[in-house]
Design a protein around this ligand. Structure first.
Ligand SMILES: Cc1cn([C@H]2C[C@H](O)[C@@H](COP(=O)(O)OP(=O)(O)OP(=O)(O)O)O2)c(=O)[nH]c1=O
Length: 350
């Protein structure tokens, strides 16, 4: 154990502790986490003592309060002005606090639409795996944060708070997913002629990869710097791509073809980093099944207008139970696979 917490009993008594442990058992770096059921804000002003290899250190109320109020902050070593991407780590030289190089990460876990699967992380005690759940409050202490070989989880968390994204999309769903996940987002929609429709000789997977890249390029070439994110989503039935319906009759035709059937939803992401023009493109696939809808149910949905602008003429988020996921990510169906995005941002940071 590289670091331990004195006074932890008190922490345990005052807050409902759901889990604790080391994020990466067996690694050289202290990556210690606590998952609380209570709001992190309640911890403001709480005094706790940390013991590390460098001797006992105190996390005092002043800076902790500030951190707990401003979630997604982290705390650097005394007098140290570090930088993670475009996010400056808070310094502690104006306080009495010595954190011995520990970085404190505070997260409130939020899953769009209450992701069923939760977010798995390393098994703390070699027993059953723990999953984060929507609303969990997490405090993570990391020693040697910059130099550590953090797990994919740690890196993607770091990427999340360190990165501002330029969203090359007019999709309200993509914007909402990013904001709900805590990303800092600026929207610059691609020009209407940026994308060329799926080609006959292309599989749906190839189409979304190509189109996401076209949208990202359209916006990236107008910018001097920043990370541009574009996405593209298509449904696939029997090898045929199903894009956004052109009108109500087209939507009806698509929904009648899809009802009662297993089909795929493909979403691609392109990250384009300016000015170095580092480009990452990747794709995710979810297998879904649409209920055997009656003609009346389809007409009712068409009346709602919710089909407009949605690949496959249907939004999984619009009618609970009409489309079920057999395998894969929910956010992928809604237009932006958030798990894939985390992995890609981690790759970009390497
Ligand atoms: C399958 C499905 C798609 N969709 C949406 C996600 C996408 O917004 C849309 C697919 O269209 P896209 O062409 O991928 O994206 P868009 O036109 O909405 O936005 P932009 O090109 O500016 O990025 O369908 C849902 O909201 N729910 C679903 O269940």
């Amino acid at each position: 154990m590289v670091a331990s917490f004195d006074g932890f009993d008190r922490l345990d008594q005052e807050f409902t502790l759901l889990a604790s442990g080391r994020l990466m058992p067996g690694c050289d770096h202290a990556v210690i986490f606590f998952v609380f059921a209570d709001p992190i804000g309640k911890l403001a002003g709480f005094y706790n003592t940390v013991t590390s290899d460098d001797g006992p250190v105190s996390l005092g109320g002043g800076s902790l309060s500030k951190l707990f109020i401003e979630t997604f902050c982290c705390l650097g070593s005394p007098g140290e002005e570090q930088n993670t991407g475009n996010h400056t780590i808070e310094t502690t030289h104006d306080t009495q606090v010595d954190v011995a190089g520990l970085v404190v990460l505070l997260f409130e876990i939020r899953f769009y639409l209450g992701d069923r699967a939760g977010f798995p992380f390393a098994n703390p005690h070699g027993r059953k795996a723990w999953r984060f759940h929507d609303g969990d409050q997490v405090v993570i202490f990391v020693q040697n944060f910059q130099g550590s070989q953090l797990s994919t989880f740690g890196k993607s968390m770091m990427a999340k708070f360190a990165v501002s994204l330029i969203l090359a999309s007019q999709s309200p769903r993509r914007q909402l997913l990013l904001r709900e996940a805590g990303y800092d987002v600026m929207v610059i929609p691609p020009s209407p002629d940026a994308e060329t429709p799926p080609r006959l000789d292309e599989a749906p997977r190839e189409s979304v990869l190509r189109i996401a890249r076209e949208k990202a390029e359209d916006v990236a070439c107008r910018l001097d710097e920043g990370i541009v994110l574009a996405g593209d989503t298509l449904a696939e039935l029997n090898g045929q791509p199903l894009g956004k319906p052109t009108n109500r009759d087209h939507a009806r035709e698509i929904l009648r073809a899809l009802r009662g059937k297993d089909h795929f939803v493909w979403s691609a992401i392109c990250l384009w980093c300016r000015p170095k023009d580092q480009i990452l493109v990747d794709v995710d696939r979810t297998t879904v099944k649409m209920a055997l809808l009656s003609d009346d149910e389809i007409e009712d949905y068409l009346d709602s207008g919710l089909w407009e602008g949605k690949a496959g003429a249907f939004g999984i988020q619009d009618r609970t139970g009409w489309v079920k996921i057999d395998e894969g990510s929910l956010t992928n169906v809604v237009g932006l696979p958030m798990e894939l995005l985390s992995r890609m941002l981690s790759q970009m940071n390497e």
